[in-house]
Design a binder for this molecule. Structure first.
Ligand SMILES: Cc1cc2nc3c(=O)[nH]c(=O)nc-3n(C[C@H](O)[C@H](O)[C@H](O)COP(=O)(O)O)c2cc1C
Length: 196
């Protein structure tokens, strides 16, 4: 007789605070999603960008369906991902809508350019990635937006802006690389000494 026994355990439901506290440990690279064209432009700060595939080049970002930029992205079918440098902290804050800034007001003082999609791409970002929406999956409060990469604008800067435990953190490839090497795995030290 084939009997499948399932151990069903009833776990207490986790609270939003439990979940937030768990996710605070995940370090996120800070990016600004830009959308629209002409006078109708907007953008928002995110940490949820992730690479999806290299071939074809594509990425995903999780966007709150209530965010004003989401409507622009849906309507125009285009968006930009601007990976911020450590010295763009003020831009990161502006694009959260701090102080009630809306739409084009968030771009005040920032320089931008455009590529194939026509969305604003921030000059000075570590990379600015021009994307076309391939698919949007609406789930719960958010939408997972899949972007097909149309173009990439890269800079030579090395210091990235990250978000960890509710705070912005600067990570510099030049300055922090040596410190990180000191605490890296022993196998790296073996490799660093060269072949025996
Ligand atoms: C560090 C940080 C990361 C954020 N990451 C996201 C994100 O990944 N997705 C998202 O929908 N909102 C995220 N937000 C919130 C948006 O920036 C904010 O809701 C949005 O700018 C509000 O735009 P609106 O006023 O145009 O609706 C983040 C905020 C901060 C401070």
């Amino acid at each position: 007789m084939n009997t499948i026994v399932r151990n069903v355990s009833v776990e207490p439901a986790i609270t939003a605070t439990d979940f937030r506290n768990a996710m605070r440990h995940l370090t996120g690279g800070v990016a600004v999603i830009t959308a629209g064209r002409g006078r109708e432009i907007s953008g928002m700060t995110v940490t949820s960008v992730s690479s999806l595939s290299v071939d074809p080049p594509s990425l995903i970002v999780s966007i709150n369906r209530a965010a004003s930029s989401y409507q622009l992205i849906k309507r125009r079918g285009m968006f930009g991902v601007n990976i911020l440098t450590a010295d763009q902290l003020d831009i990161a804050e502006r694009f959260t809508g701090k102080g009630g800034l809306k739409g084009a007001e968030r771009f005040a003082g920032a320089e931008w350019t455009t590529r194939a999609s026509g969305v604003p791409l921030l000059v000075g970002a570590l990379s600015a990635i021009d994307c076309e929406v391939e698919e949007t999956i609406e789930r719960h409060s958010h939408a997972i937006v899949i972007g097909r990469v149309l173009d990439v604008v890269a800079s030579r800067r090395t210091a990235a802006l990250a978000y960890w435990h509710g705070e912005y953190v600067a990570i510099d490839k030049e300055e922090d690389a040596a410190r990180l090497a000191e605490v890296s795995l022993p196998s790296r030290h073996v490799h660093a000494r060269g072949p025996r």
